[in-house]
Design a protein. Structure first.
Ligand code: HSE
Length: 431
């Protein structure tokens, strides 16, 4: 049986899971693939740091050249994270004809085009399944199993930290800061949680997914981003009253010939399948023109779920070593960025919560300002707030972001407006 040698760059949470699978399941993988996969070397920063049991310490090296310049190593696996030096290492590996697997979403979202171009030129494979939503097999599914479809839309809960926080706020009526502190104590949120709670992590993943949906690259700055740090338990309570739950939703879709890509807190109907995805779980709903709706649910992070995606990529590459590289994998990452169309081409329904003075004429003024922008109100609720004030909550009919922003700017300027608390998208999933 032919042996395929593998070099691993990084041995943190994901890397140690990959090393464990490749060590423990070597016979199983040989039976399935017809190749003996041999983990040859592991690049680490510190050889003496303690590692999970079962990883041969003789494999560790602190010298990247020992892996990148080893002619016998055919597949390089990058699980170190960060842009530099991961990018240089992968370009060097590709340049010397090695196939590459990476779990690095930020690297692919920022430099995917450069890396896929290099892989195409050097006729090697670059596989990225683990870069999005850990254990969910979404990339290969979109690229291969759904290749017969035009992908019409993708709606995803692709950040476990924010889903944990929103789920706890919904179930227990607690405020964001309190739940965040608890998530940090349990290890579900980082000490600096900005990437997760402000939506940057989800934007990286959506950049990769939307290039598959749109069949063209997208630049990070083209993706509209709003985090969850301003969501209050009061918004969640109103959402419930109106029949919705709030999720940090990543959306890539085509509507009326225009593309949109956004990550934002979104109210979704309480009976929609994505509404029951709670805790740290991820889920992605795809609509293909032939296949219709398909939903994936599972663990989007963690050592073994992410290692599952990485090692599946390694096995797939091993079984394709005798063939020319699969051109399907690179195609969506090459060429000009997608054209998202003019800002008023996309319309959504919105929930707005405003604190106003409670006196005659206020409702009329706000109604007039909305009407001036041609914004029609679908649902309206007014509730007594602190003395002299009232909380006004309304959900609009579909309106462009631009028109909503203009109306909100004018409402903000009214003397009677105390505060605009929240503006949250509403997604009803109607065609
Ligand atoms: N921080 C991410 C999450 C996992 O909370 O889903 C890694 O992408």
């Amino acid at each position: 049986m032919q042996t395929v040698k593998i070099g691993l760059l990084g041995c943190g949470t994901v890397g140690s899971g990959v090393a464990r699978l490749l060590t423990e399941k070597v016979n199983e993988y040989a039976r399935r693939s017809g190749y003996r996969l041999e983990l040859s070397k592991i690049l680490v920063r510190d050889r003496d740091r303690s590692r999970p049991a079962g990883i041969d310490p003789d494999l560790f090296t602190t010298d990247p050249a020992e892996i990148l310049e080893d002619e016998e190593i055919q597949i390089i696996v990058e699980v170190m994270g960060g842009i530099d030096p991961a990018r240089e290492y992968l370009l060097q590996a590709i340049g010397s004809g090695k196939h590459v697997v990476t779990a690095n979403k930020a690297l692919i979202a920022r430099h995917g085009q450069e890396l896929f171009e290099a892989a195409s030129e050097n006729e090697v494979s670059l596989y990225i399944e683990a870069s999005v939503a850990g254990g969910l097999p979404i990339i290969q599914t979109l690229k291969r199993s759904l290749v017969a479809n035009q992908l019409l839309s993708l709606h995803g809960i692709i950040n476990g930290t924010t889903n944990y926080i929103l789920s706890a706020m919904t179930d227990e009526g607690r405020e964001f800061q309190e739940v965040l502190a608890e998530a940090q104590a349990k290890g579900y949120a980082e000490a600096d949680p900005t990437d997760d709670i402000e939506g940057y992590d989800a934007v990286y993943k959506l950049a990769i997914l939307s290039s598959l949906v749109f069949e063209q690259p997208i630049q990070l700055k083209q993706i509209h981003r709003v985090g969850i740090s301003r969501i209050a338990s009061q918004d969640i309570a109103y959402a419930k009253q109106f029949g919705y739950v709030i999720k940090l939703l990543a959306i890539a879709k085509q509507e009326n010939g225009h593309f949109q890509a956004r990550v934002s807190p979104t109210m979704i109907p309480v009976d929609h399948p994505l509404a029951s995805v709670n805790g740290v779980y991820n889920a992605i709903l795809i609509k293909g023109d032939a296949a219709g709706d398909i939903m994936f649910y599972g663990q989007g992070a963690g050592s073994m779920p992410t290692a599952s995606a990485v090692v599946s990529d390694i096995i797939n590459i091993a079984t394709e070593l005798e063939n020319p590289p699969n051109t399907l994998m690179a195609s969506n990452h090459l060429g000009d960025p997608v054209n998202l169309g003019p800002p008023d081409s996309v319309v959504n329904r919105y929930y707005v919560r405003v604190l106003t003075e409670d006196k005659s004429g206020v409702l009329g003024q706000i109604g007039t300002l909305l009407g001036r922008e041609d914004i029609s109100v679908h649902t309206l609720l007014q509730r007594k707030a602190d003395p002299g004030n009232a909380e006004l909550v309304f959900i609009t009919h579909p309106v462009s972001d631009q028109k909503l922003r203009q109306a909100i700017a004018q409402i903000r300027q009214l003397e009677t407006t105390q505060e605009i608390y929240s503006i949250i998208r509403v997604e009803d999933f109607v065609e």
